[in-house]
Design a protein around this ligand. Structure first.
Ligand code: ATP
Ligand code: MG
Length: 240
């Protein structure tokens, strides 16, 4: 679904990502782990075309999305994104937050978009919040709505950047449970996370970024049970 080859990103003379090769298969969950500043968010921002590459290529379902002539909006419409900070529109109801892209970007009739949104809200147990405004919801509920909004248009890949790190600990579980459900539904996910137990539990592939390069990647068993690189061992040691 998603392939990266030789991706490089610099800010001034600071190389933030270098020689990133990554293949994400349909239905896979890929966990990006690594210390603060290792480049996880920048990598997700590159995939979503929020940053321009300094080198390398990226393909989404076979289309070269790193081609400078690509239509950025068209590519973004194929990618779902949820960030750490709740990014629901505060002046729109939960329902409208979810249907907005569907009606405005894809031209789906309002009634159809609302039916989809209600079905998704029911699945995540938030149907009774459809008419509420975001500030009436807990942080965990807001992130679940943000996830529903991100998948409402059937994106080819879902990018999640530390979606639980701004939440109170007791709200983290309900958001992670929803991510687990999305995986079971077959959603392809690339997520930056500091939740090592969750990454171990839910991902098919773990990528350890160290100062902008992929230091080690493999199955969760491989990375968490028998890492081969000293940097990986050092990093994981902090979570034990
Ligand atoms: P965290 O775990 O804290 O979220 P991260 O792995 O997501 O960290 P990034 O946010 O990708 O790390 O940052 C990687 C590096 O790029 C950092 O050194 C950061 O300071 C730098 N950086 C990120 N965005 C910019 C920018 N717009 N301009 C200059 N430097 C930037
Ligand atoms: Mg980050």
């Amino acid at each position: 679904v998603l392939a990266l080859s030789g991706v490089r990103k610099e800010f001034g003379d600071h190389v933030v990502l270098d020689s990133i090769d990554l293949t994400v298969n349909q239905g896979d969950v890929v966990a990006l782990i690594g210390a603060s500043g290792s480049g996880k968010s920048t990598l997700l921002r590159c995939i979503n075309l929020l940053e321009q590459l300094d080198d390398g290529q990226m393909w989404l379902s076979g289309d070269d999305i790193s081609d400078p002539r690509v239509n950025v909006d068209t590519v973004r419409a194929r990618i779902g994104v949820v960030f750490q900070q709740f990014n629901l529109f505060p002046h729109l109801s939960v329902l409208r937050n979810i249907t907005l892209a569907d009606t405005e970007v894809f031209g789906t009739p309002k009634a159809k978009a609302e039916a989809t949104a209600m079905r998704l809200l029911e699945r995540v147990g938030l149907a009774d919040k459809a008419k509420a405004f975001p500030d009436r919801l807990s942080g965990g509920q807001q992130q679940r709505v943000a996830l529903v909004r991100a998948i409402a248009t059937n994106p080819e890949v879902l990018l999640l950047d530390e979606i639980t790190s701004a939440l109170d600990p007791e709200l983290v579980g309900e958001v992670l449970d929803l991510v687990r459900t999305l995986k079971e539904d077959g959603t392809t996910i690339v997520m930056a996370t500091h939740e090592m137990d969750f990454a171990k539990d839910v991902s098919d592939q773990v990528v350890f970024l160290d100062q902008g390069v992929i230091c080690e990647q493999g199955s969760p068993q491989q990375i968490f049970e028998s890492p081969t690189k000293d940097r990986t061992k050092e990093f994981l040691h902090r979570f034990n």
